[in-house]
Structures are given as structure tokens and as C-alpha cells.
Design a binder for this molecule. Structure first.
Ligand SMILES: N[C@@H](CCC(=O)N[C@@H](CS)C(=O)NCC(=O)O)C(=O)O
Length: 225
């Protein structure tokens, strides 16, 4: 059986986890936190070169990077597909997924440590993050109307990217900017509510909530934060 390494409080870990759940593929979860190196699980670097989560253990070997893992899952287990049927549709779904990761997740991530430790961000970093998120939020409606799914008429990897990453943006905005940077994206609120009703998204949220205290204890033990 394939094994997914990582921890459920991680949004990146939850990308392949949600794909596996949606496809109904049996898998085993292997708990591994970040901060891998001399102090913690040095052997994990054989699994994931930068010690990042997630990593997938397959009969042929390990795969790191959530995008590559999704690609493997989709090709190894094509049904039900998490991609549209046409080349153009596939490209548009990947475009939206990449947009969300590059211009929302990776920007908001700069303040994740502040969010986790409840500490004020560096004002210069905060300004850059706010400018970046506002720019991306202004552009997002050009890629999706969020009418039914993030793209087209089926659940795809773009929905996985949206529902796992956009709430983080909202949390960062509310905590440090006094606003939700995504509030002006038409259709997004109703879309997120619909996605949260999905049975596997509910499982992802429940697993994340139950893992969070242990993850925080790990951060405290490893970094003293
Ligand atoms: N590009 C990677 C990013 C994964 C990532 O940054 N995961 C975080 C946890 S949410 C992590 O492992 N952080 C530890 C580190 O960067 O050393 C992917 O798509 O899998």
C-alpha cells in the first residue's frame, strides 16, 4: 500500500491526502514533522531532499513535492479523474492551481510563523505580503467565477489547491491586515462553504484540528516556539 509521509496540520500534506481520499485510494499515513536535520529525523532526507512534507512512498521509491505527487496519483490511479478531459481544460486547471500556490500560498506563508506563534510581523514584510495578496485577489476572478467548482463542472486539483490554500490567506489577512484579502472575489464565499461540506474536506479539517496540538508541541520541543 502507498504511504503518505507528513502531518495533517500541513496544507501541503493535505494536497495529496485529499486527492487520495477523493479517488478512494487506500493509503497509510506516516507521521513526520518538519525541521528535519541533525536534531530530528535525519534519515527523512533520504525520502524528501529538503526535509519537506509531503512525500509519497510508492513501490518504486519516494516522491517529494506535492505537484509531482499529484501527477503520480493521477497517472497511477486515473479514475475518478481529478483533471478535465481536454488538454485545454487540464492546462487551465494547472494554471489556476499554480496561480493559487505562487501568488497566494507562498506569499501568505511568509507570515505563517507569526500566525503560529502569535507574534507581530516585520512591517516591511507585512506591507509586501499585503500588496502581493491584494494584487492576486484582484486577478483571481479572471481565472475562476467559483460558480460550481474552481474550474469547469467537476472536482479537480484546482479545487484541492483552492480549498486548502485560500483559507490560510484569509487567516493571515484577518490576523495581521484587519481584513480578508479575498472578500472581494465574487462567488468565493459560497464556493468555500460548498467545498467545506464535502465529506473528504471535512475529514481533512478534522484530522488537521486533531493533529494541531501535537504539531505545536513538536515546534516547541524543536525550536522552543
Ligand atoms: N513545494 C513543496 C512545499 C512543501 C512545504 O513547504 N511543506 C512545508 C510544510 S506545510 C514544509 O515541509 N516545511 C518545512 C521546510 O520547508 O523545511 C511541495 O509542494 O510539496
Amino acid at each position: 500500500m502507498i504511504k503518505l509521509h507528513g502531518f495533517s496540520a500541513s496544507n501541503y500534506y493535505n494536497v495529496p491526502k485529499l486527492a487520495l481520499l477523493e479517488k478512494g485510494i487506500p493509503f497509510e499515513e506516516v507521521l513526520s514533522y518538519t525541521g528535519v536535520g541533525p536534531k530530528y529525523k535525519p534519515e527523512y532526507l533520504e525520502i524528501s531532499p529538503l526535509g519537506k512534507v509531503p512525500a509519497l512512498e510508492t513501490p518504486e521509491g519516494y516522491i517529494s513535492e506535492s505537484r509531482a505527487i499529484l501527477e503520480y496519483i493521477e497517472r497511477a490511479y486515473p479514475e475518478p479523474s481529478l483533471l478535465p478531459a481536454t488538454p485545454f481544460g487540464v492546462a487551465k486547471v494547472q494554471e489556476l492551481s499554480q496561480f493559487i500556490e505562487l501568488y497566494f500560498e507562498l506569499v501568505a506563508r511568509r507570515l505563517i510563523r507569526n500566525l503560529l506563534t502569535d507574534t507581530p510581523p516585520d512591517p516591511a514584510v507585512l506591507k509586501e505580503v499585503e500588496t502581493g495578496l491584494d494584487k492576486a485577489a484582484g486577478a483571481l476572478p479572471r481565472l475562476s467565477t467559483f460558480e460550481q467548482f474552481a474550474y469547469g463542472d467537476q472536482f479537480t486539483v484546482a479545487d484541492i489547491a483552492a480549498i486548502l490554500n485560500l483559507p490560510v490567506v484569509r487567516n493571515v489577512g484577518k490576523a495581521f491586515m484587519g481584513k480578508d484579502p479575498l472578500s472581494r472575489v465574487p462567488g468565493l464565499d459560497a464556493y468555500c462553504k460548498r467545498m467545506e461540506e464535502r465529506v473528504h474536506v471535512k475529514k481533512i479539517r478534522a484530522d488537521a484540528a486533531s493533529n494541531r496540538p501535537d504539531f505545536m508541541a513538536h515546534l516547541k520541543a524543536l525550536y522552543g516556539i
